[in-house]
Design a protein around this ligand. Structure first.
Ligand SMILES: Nc1nc2c(ncn2[C@@H]2O[C@H](COP(=O)(O)OP(=O)(O)OP(=O)(O)O)[C@@H](O)[C@H]2O)c(=O)[nH]1
Ligand SMILES: [Mg+2]
Length: 299
């Protein structure tokens, strides 16, 4: 943006699970903030990432993947977290993978009828394209789905065309004073981010073995001058899941802990003592009250 007008606004990143929303946020920010994995439904809470460049402040909101499967309370919570944001933002980034347009994408587009916000279609994962000339027909086809403000092909993972995307976003931000100080990147506490990092290592370590029935709660987060003590509990729903996480001779849990500790230490630039427990709490993912107790509150 060439003008010197102060601009600031909110940008929602939405789409179905696993399309690369959190990867996109992290690569726009140039830092790992939101957790990512190969498994769908990795993100569970809204998380904001603030990018400030001179007179521009863009407040991106990463959201859980919107999905059709209803049912459990945690699924409803995640859809609510994603959809509730639509009316409160200045720009919507609707992320789809290059590969296919699904019923879930269509269901999301149908919701745009009810919002009066420009929608940019972000076609992600174009690094998977074998021949460049195959892109155009795909984009043409996508054009028919909705009157998008723009359709922008990117590879979040490889940082391809993210600059172009950012410039388009910035041009849509309203004139406003900045909401956050220039050095603030998120509104989430380190305590929250630590729980998320532990959950990411858990999801990555377990791959397909564990259904979406684990969550992490920080019991204690104590900052001392030369070290931070963190006590965290991983909640699962059955004894079987508990033993999977702990692994033979506790090896799995140890590996999860080591990876998480390293990443948290890097993030806060301090030493970490991390104590991890695994506990069974039957049916937590379908129990509204238990969910609130575990940090899945109103939003
Ligand atoms: N090849 C390729 N893979 C990508 C790209 N962007 C993201 N991915 C991968 O896609 C998978 C899902 O990425 P996430 O960023 O966790 O996706 P998400 O949309 O946030 O998923 P949920 O939080 O579950 O809704 C990860 O394995 C990423 O590495 C891309 O541009 N190219
Ligand atoms: Mg995500």
């Amino acid at each position: 943006m060439k003008d010197n007008i102060s601009r600031c606004g909110y940008i929602a990143i939405i789409g179905r699970p696993n399309v690369g929303k959190s990867t996109l946020l992290n690569h726009i920010l140039g830092m790992k903030l939101s957790i990512t994995s190969r498994k769908p439904q990795t993100t569970r809470h809204q998380i904001i990432g603030v990018k400030t460049l001179a007179n521009i402040q863009a407040v991106f909101v990463d959201t859980p993947g919107i999905h059709q499967r209803r049912g459990s309370a945690i699924n409803k919570y995640m859809n609510r977290a994603a959809v509730s944001v639509l009316n409160d933002v200045d720009v919507i980034l609707f992320v789809v993978p290059l590969a296919s347009w699904t019923e879930e994408d269509q269901a999301i587009v149908n919701r745009f009828k009810y919002v009066d916000v420009p929608v940019i279609l972000v076609v992600n994962k174009i690094d998977r394209l074998k021949k460049k000339r195959d892109l155009l027909p795909v984009l043409k086809q996508l054009q028919t789905k909705y009157s998008f403000h723009a359709i922008i092909p990117v590879s979040a993972l490889n940082n391809t065309n993210l600059d172009g995307l950012e410039q388009t976003v910035f041009s849509l931000l309203p004139e406003a004073e900045h909401f956050f100080p220039p050095d603030q990147v998120t509104d989430r506490s380190m305590r929250f981010l630590a729980a998320e990092i532990i959950r990411e290592k858990l999801v990555r370590e377990l791959g397909q073995e564990l259904p979406y029935t684990s969550t992490v709660m920080i019991d204690r987060y104590e900052e001392r001058p030369d070290i931070v003590h963190i006590h965290a509990t991983i909640f699962v729903e059955t004894d079987g899941q508990k033993s999977i996480i702990i692994g033979r001779k506790g090896e799995r849990l140890k590996s999860i802990g080591t990876h998480a500790r390293k990443e948290i230490a890097e993030m806060i630039n301090n030493k970490i003592y991390l104590n991890l427990w695994v506990k069974v709490r039957e049916g937590w993912s379908n129990d509204e009250k238990a969910l609130r107790g575990l940090g899945y509150g109103e939003q």
